[in-house]
Design a protein around this ligand. Sequence first.
Ligand code: ADP
Ligand code: MG
Length: 666
Amino acid sequence: MLQHYPYRHIDRTRLHAIRQLDPATEFAQVSGQVISFEVVGQKSGRRLVAQLRDNTGQLELTWFQGLNWVQKMLHVGRPCLVYGRISFFNGRPQMVHPELEWIDPNQPVIRNFLEPIYSTTEKLKAKGLGGKAIGKLTRQLFAQIREKDLPENLPASILQQQELITRWSAFQQIHFPTDASHFEAAVHRIKFEELFLAQLRMNLLRIQRHQHSKGVVFDRVGDAFNTFYNQHLPFELTGAQKRVIKEIRTDLGSGRQMNRLLQGDVGSGKTMVAVLIMLLAIDNGYQSCLMAPTEILSRQHYDTIQPLLEKVGVRVGLLTGSTKAAARKKILAELLSGELSILIGTHALIEEAVQFQRLGLAIIDEQHRFGVAQRAQLQKKAAIPPHVLVMTATPIPRTLAMTAYGDLDYSVIDEMPPGRKPVKTVHRYENRRIQVMEFVRCEIDKGRQVYIIFPLIEESAKLDYENLMKGYEQVKSWLPEPRYWISMVHGKQPADVKETNMRRFVEGDTQIMVSTTVIEVGVNVPNASVMVIESSEKFGLSQLHQLRGRVGRGAEQSYCILMTGSALGADARERLAIMTATNNGFEIAEKDLALRGPGDIEGTRQSGALNLKLASLIQDRDLLLLAQSAAQQLAEQDSELTAPENQSLRQYLQQRVGPIRWSRIA
Ligand code: ADP
Ligand code: MG
C-alpha cells in the first residue's frame, strides 16, 4: 500500500477568489454558492451547467455525465467547496466535472495538507475504494507504523553525498506532503533508491560472478577452428569482429562462466562470430547450441552454417517445432552420443527431452524474444553451466544498456563489413505514388525483390487488417499476376500459412512481400533491395531502422522509401529527416531517446525486471547516471556488503532478492 503512490495531489491549502482566476491557473479550489443550474444541449451535447458565485465573481460548472445524479445533489444557495481544472471559454472561467463538497460556513475550509489522489479500478470503486478513499486508508496506516517499520536502507554516506531525505520521511511526504518542495524531495529520494538498488544488484551480481562462478575452460585453439579460419572463412573479418572474438575468448579461457551481450547493428556480421566461437567449443570437446526466436530464423542459420562447417567435418543439426518425429529421434540420439557438435533451433531446444552429451556454449540470437525463464532452462542442461552469449541487433544507447543488462558483460560490433552499399533512404508523399510504383516495377524487372510494409496501429486490429487488404489489392493492381507474384504475411494468419508465404518470398517464388511488421527481425533475403514503408509517420525510429535493415544485404544498391500523406506533425517530420540522414543504428537510438522522452525504447522492455515504479530510465536520465556511478563504486568497494555501514542495505537486498540467481542466466 505504501508503494501505491498517489498520481497527484489536490492543493487544499489555498482558496482561489473567482476574480483572480486566469488562463495560467491550472487547478483551483473555490468556495461559494450555486445560484442556478439547468440542463442544456441535445444528445451527446447534453450537459448540466451550474453557476457558482463567491464574493468576487461567477464560475461556470459543467457536467457531461451523471446528470440525473448531479441534479438531485445540487442545492441552490447552500455553501460549497469545488475543486478542479480551470479552463476559459469566451473569457469566462469554467470547471468541468468539479469535485464538490458541501461545507459548514462556520468552519474554516482551508486544510493544511495536499490531499493525495490514487489510481483505482472500477471494482475497487464499487467497494468504496475510490481515489480518495485509498488516501484515507493510507493515512490510517501511517497512524499505525513508526520509523522503525520503514528503516533506512541506504548507507549514510550515500544519503549525505546525494542529499537525500530518509526513507521514512520520503514515504510520508510522497503521500502527505507538507508542501510542494517536500513532495519533490520525496520523489527524488524514492526514484534514486529504485535506480540505485537496481544498478547495485546488477553490479554485485556481475562482480560476484566474476569472483565465484565456475565455467568450463576453453583454452585450446585446435583443428576445427584453425582449419576453418585458415581455409574456409568466406571473407576477411572486420576489425570489430576480431576484437569481439578476442573479448569473448578472454571470457572463455578465464575459468568463469561467460555471460556476455553482443550488440551489433543489423548486418554487422554477428553470425560469423557465433560460428567461430562454436568451433572453439568443439576444439575443447564441448557441444554448442544456437537458438533463434522463430522457425524461419533457425532454418536460415542452419542453411548458412551447415554447409560452411561441413567442410571441416563438423556435424550440425536443426531442431524446431516442425521437425518430424523420426528426424527428431535421430537428432536427440546423436546429441546424447556426442556425434552432433552443434544444434540450431527454436525454443524446441530447451525442452526437457533435449539432452546434450556435453553442452559448453549457448548462443541466443535476437534475445529480446526469449523470456528470462526460458533462458533459465538452459542452465539445467549441463553440470557446469554453459557459457552464454546473447546477440542482439537492437541498438540501445550505452547508458540504457548498462542499466537493463548491467549484470552482463558487453561487447559491440561497431563496424560494418566492407563494400556494403549504404541503403538510400528517401521520403515520398502520397502524390508521388505513381513514380514510386514505377520504380518498384523497374527494380523487380531487374530481378530484385521488394518489401511493402503496412503499419500496425494497435488500437484497431480490424482497421489495420482492412488497411492491409486494401493495400494488397492496390499493389496487385499496380503489379498484376502472372508477371508479378505477391506474398502476404500478417498477424491473423495461422503460423503455417505465414511460414509458407514467407518461404515463398525467401526462395524467390514471389517478388513482393506485403506485410505488417510481423516480418521477422533477422530475416535475410539478400536479393530484396527495396523496402517501401507505408504510412511511415506511424512508426517509431527504431522500428523504421529495424525494417530498413531487411534490405541492403546483397551486392546491389538498396532503397528504402518512406511513404506518408501530406499532413505531418513536427515529430514525424523529424523522425523522417533522421532516417533519411543516417544509417547508423546507434545514432538513431540516441536520437530516439531524445525525441521520445517517456515511452518504451525497444529492447529495454526488460527493465520491468528492474522493478521501477516511479523512476523512468529515460526521463530520469541524469539521476540514473548518478545512481549508476554510486552503485558501481559501492559494488567495487564492498562486493560482499560486509562493511558495517552497508548492513542495512545487505538486509534489504536479501529480503528482496528471490532464490533464483538470474545473473547466471544472462
Ligand atoms: P547480423 O549481425 O545482422 O546477424 P549477419 O551475420 O547475418 O549479420 O551478416 C550479414 C551479412 O554480412 C552476411 O551475408 C554475412 O555473410 C556478411 N558478412 C559478415 N561478416 C562479413 C565480413 N567480415 N566481410 C564481408 N561480409 C561479411
Ligand atoms: Mg543475425
